[in-house]
Every structure is written in structure tokens, then in C-alpha cells.
Design a protein around this ligand. Structure first.
Ligand code: FAD
Length: 396
């Protein structure tokens, strides 16, 4: 039962063995938990099934559909900056709210966040809920999950969206667990079923071989995360006004188990890959690491960033933070040049919304050519140097 009381999202339960109280455990018990200290009966109950369903299957629906109304976007504000995916989701949220016939709101949690409120209106929020408190200055799972969960319980939105960023991937499951509702992570398409008005949450499934559309029929709110750059950035209309609702944050520092000591910035390449305007991406068609130079020369001339497929990463030609696709980064550059890339679905989901795609492949049937605006069928070892030479002439 030691893990039960330390879970920040109350996600665990031992139906047969009530968890020990905090007082019964020594304060460091969680970190000392080891395989010498299992609870065999409880583990057996789960393993054998008996009538012990996981807690989520036992719980009652939070509430019926009728009282839950409105589309919310959680606006991610960290270190003085809003994650642009928040605005992309306000654009998408607008379409969903219009299809249902309900309002669109933004939620901002943090400290000294007032400068973000007019921006949220500019990107389409009609109402902005604000929880502003020194405890929320730096992101931590527990306080953020508490603040947002309380707001949701009070105002009962029907749909909540957040970016599938590090913060969204961390806090959204905690909130969904607290609310005992469903969450679909990493959606690539969202829509509203015209008959039921349910949120259609579409994402790659079974290793990306199919696109699954997931519905959350009996619980509210319906929750989804979407990766940055999958949805289009909406137009910004400065001066647009809306309603601001400020809510108190009543918890104390002693209610939380973690402290932020320091933020250390990463200089990882992925930190800017998703913002690159021109990407030259390579695949296994390049045949060997030494041939990477062909792509690098083209990238130099165009001022582009080098990226690639999982194949290229697994071959050791690129770092993992340069991988585009389902298990890599999602990109939406102005120009994506795919060199020797077949166009597997797991790669396409990470780049197919690029503004303009140029693919070079010697197989006329390659899937990448179907999503490309320009497809060049031929040997990359002839075509890429020729392109580089031509761009050099024109750009220098
Ligand atoms: P290949 O499929 O081998 O394609 C090479 C291409 O180069 C071919 O189309 C060939 O015609 C062409 N070619 C060869 N020689 C030449 C030449 N001389 N001139 C021109 N063209 C040439 N993949 C990703 O990219 N990103 C992901 O995030 C990702 N996640 C995955 C997650 C899961 C769960 C799974 C199962 C797979 C994932 N994959 C991912 C792998 C994916 O399925 C493919 O295997 C991978 O994208 C293929 O990489 P590729 O296009 O470089 O290689």
C-alpha cells in the first residue's frame, strides 16, 4: 500500500487491503520500497482477477452528459512563454465549439500571467479562467493538477484539450485520473460526431498501422492531447475582448511533495526541429553515413535543418532528437525535402502537414510520393547534388 499513498494522481487502489495512513509509514518509505517487501495477497488478487476490477472500472460516471458544456484549452505557460500549441488548439477548439454550439475558453495557471489573457482572447477564447498564485510559478504536477481539476469540477466543460508537450503528457493523465474520465493522447485529428455531438479523437494505433477514432461515451469531460504543429495556427485578432474569471488557489506549499530547485535549459537539437522552417530529411535510401554529406550540403545552401527517419536514426546516422514521426518529433515546416524516405505511416504522421513537401525516391510507388507536392523519381545520388548546385547558383 505504500505506492497508493504516494501516487500524486490517486491512481492506485488496493481494494482488499486498505492503504496504510501516512502516519503508519516512515517518511522515506516510498523510496525504500523493494522486492523484499511485496504484498503477495493483493498482487495475487489482481493477477487472478477474482472480482477485483481496477478502480477505473468500478467507478461510477462522474456525471451525465447534460450539465457538461463548453470546450476548454489548457494554455501552457512556462518560463514566461506560452507554448504555441496552445494557440493551435484554440483554433481547433473554435471549430469543435462551433460544431457543438457551445463556448470556447482558455485556462491559464501560473504566477503573474495577466499578459497572457489578451493573447488568449486574440486567438479566439471567449472566456479565460485564471488561477494565479506564487505556488504555481514553476510547473509541478501536483499543484497544476489540483488547480485544473478543481476548475473542471466547478465549471464542468464538455471537452478539454492540451498540447502533447512534456507538461501536457505529465499533467493531463493526472487530471483524467482524478476526474475518472478518459484521455486520448497524441491525437492527429479531432472532430464532432454530428448525431451524438461526441468528440471524435483520432490517432495512430497498433504501431501506426491503422488510424483509430476513439470516443469517450460515458464519462465527462472528454480529454485529448494533440502534438505541437499538427493543427494549423489560427489568425490572431488583437483587441478582441472576452470575459476573465479568476479563481482562488487555496492549497499551501506543505500540501505538495516536490520543489523546483532549478531549470537547466537543454541545447538538444529537437528543441528547434519542430520550429524549423526548412527541413532536409534523410532515410535509409542514403545507404551509408558517409553519404549524409550530400544532404548536409543541400541543407547548408537552403539554411535548412537536418532530420530523418527512424531507419536513419537506428543506423546511427542521426541522433534520436532528429527523428521525425510517431515516436519522434512532429514537424510542420514551410518546406520538407524527403531524400530516400519510403513514407511509412509512422513517418508520415510526423510531417504530412508540412506546407510543401518535395520527395526524392527511385521507386515510383513509394508512399512518400503520394503526400508530396513535388515528387522527383530517380537516383538521389544524382538528383540531390544537382539540386544543391542549382540552388547555389540562384541563392548566392
Ligand atoms: P525505408 O523504408 O527502407 O525506405 C528507403 C527508401 O529509399 C525506399 O523508398 C527506397 O525506394 C529509397 N531509395 C533507396 N535507394 C535510393 C536511391 N539511390 N535514390 C532514391 N531513393 C532511394 N519511422 C520514422 O521515420 N519515424 C518514427 O517516428 C517511427 N516510429 C515508429 C514506431 C513504431 C511503433 C514502428 C513499428 C515503426 C516506426 N517507424 C518510424 C519505422 C517505420 O515503420 C519505417 O520503418 C521507417 O520510417 C522507414 O525508414 P526509411 O524510409 O528511412 O527506410
Amino acid at each position: 500500500g505504500k505506492c497508493v499513498i504516494v501516487c500524486p494522481a490517486d491512481a492506485l487502489a488496493l481494494p482488499n487491503k486498505p492503504a496504510k495512513s501516512k502516519e503508519e509509514l516512515d517518511p522515506e518509505a516510498g523510496s525504500k520500497l523493494s522486492i523484499k517487501d511485496p504484498q503477495p495477497d493483493a498482487i495475487k488478487d489482481y493477477a487472478q482477477g477474482n472480482d477485483k476490477k481496477p478502480i477505473s472500472a468500478q467507478a461510477k460516471p462522474v456525471a451525465g452528459g447534460d450539465v457538461w458544456s463548453g470546450v476548454w484549452v489548457i494554455i501552457e505557460y512556462m518560463n514566461g512563454k506560452v507554448a504555441p500549441v496552445s494557440w493551435e488548439l484554440l483554433g481547433e477548439g473554435r471549430k469543435l465549439a462551433d460544431a457543438i454550439g457551445c463556448g470556447l475558453s482558455g485556462v491559464i495557471t501560473g504566477h503573474q500571467v495577466d499578459s497572457v489573457i489578451p493573447e488568449a482572447f486574440a486567438y479566439g477564447a471567449e472566456t479565460v479562467y485564471v488561477v494565479d498564485h506564487p505556488i504555481l510559478k514553476d510547473y509541478r504536477t501536483e499543484p497544476y493538477a489540483e488547480a485544473i481539476t478543481d476548475l473542471v469540477k466547478k465549471y464542468q466543460p464538455e471537452i478539454i484539450l492540451m498540447g502533447a508537450t512534456s507538461m501536457g503528457r505529465d499533467v493531463f493523465p493526472a487530471i483524467a485520473t482524478k476526474l475518472q474520465t478518459g484521455l486520448t493522447a497524441d491525437c492527429t485529428v479531432l472532430g464532432i460526431d454530428p448525431d451524438t455531438k461526441l468528440l471524435q479523437q483520432t490517432r495512430p494505433a497498433f504501431g501506426g498501422n491503422i488510424m483509430a477514432t476513439i470516443l469517450c461515451r460515458t464519462r465527462r469531460p472528454q480529454m485529448a492531447t494533440v502534438r505541437p504543429r499538427v493543427m494549423a495556427m489560427p489568425d490572431r485578432v488583437d483587441g478582441r475582448e472576452g470575459e476573465t474569471v479568476r479563481e482562488e488557489f487555496t492549497l499551501n506549499e506543505s500540501d505538495f511533495r516536490t520543489k523546483v530547485l532549478e531549470f537547466i535549459n537543454t541545447d538538444a537539437k529537437s528543441a528547434f526541429l519542430d520550429k524549423a522552417e526548412i527541413i532536409v530529411a534523410v532515410g535509409l535510401g542514403l545507404a551509408a553515413k558517409r553519404n549524409l554529406v550530400i544532404a548536409e550540403e543541400l541543407a547548408d545552401v537552403l539554411g535548412a535543418t537536418i532530420a530523418g527517419t527512424r531507419g536513419a536514426v537506428e543506423a546511427g546516422w542521426l541522433n534520436h532528437d532528429q527523428q521525425v514521426g510517431q515516436s519522434g518529433v512532429t514537424v510542420r515546416p514551410k518546406v520538407y525535402i524527403a531524400i530516400g524516405i519510403s513514407g511509412a505511416i509512422q513517418h508520415l504522421v510526423g510531417m504530412e502537414t508540412s506546407d510543401f513537401i518535395i520527395a526524392i525516391n527511385n521507386d515510383p510507388e513509394a508512399a512518400i510520393l503520394k503526400v508530396a507536392n513535388y515528387g522527383i523519381v530517380g537516383d538521389l545520388f544524382q538528383i540531390v547534388p544537382a539540386l544543391t548546385a542549382e540552388f547555389k547558383k540562384r541563392l548566392q
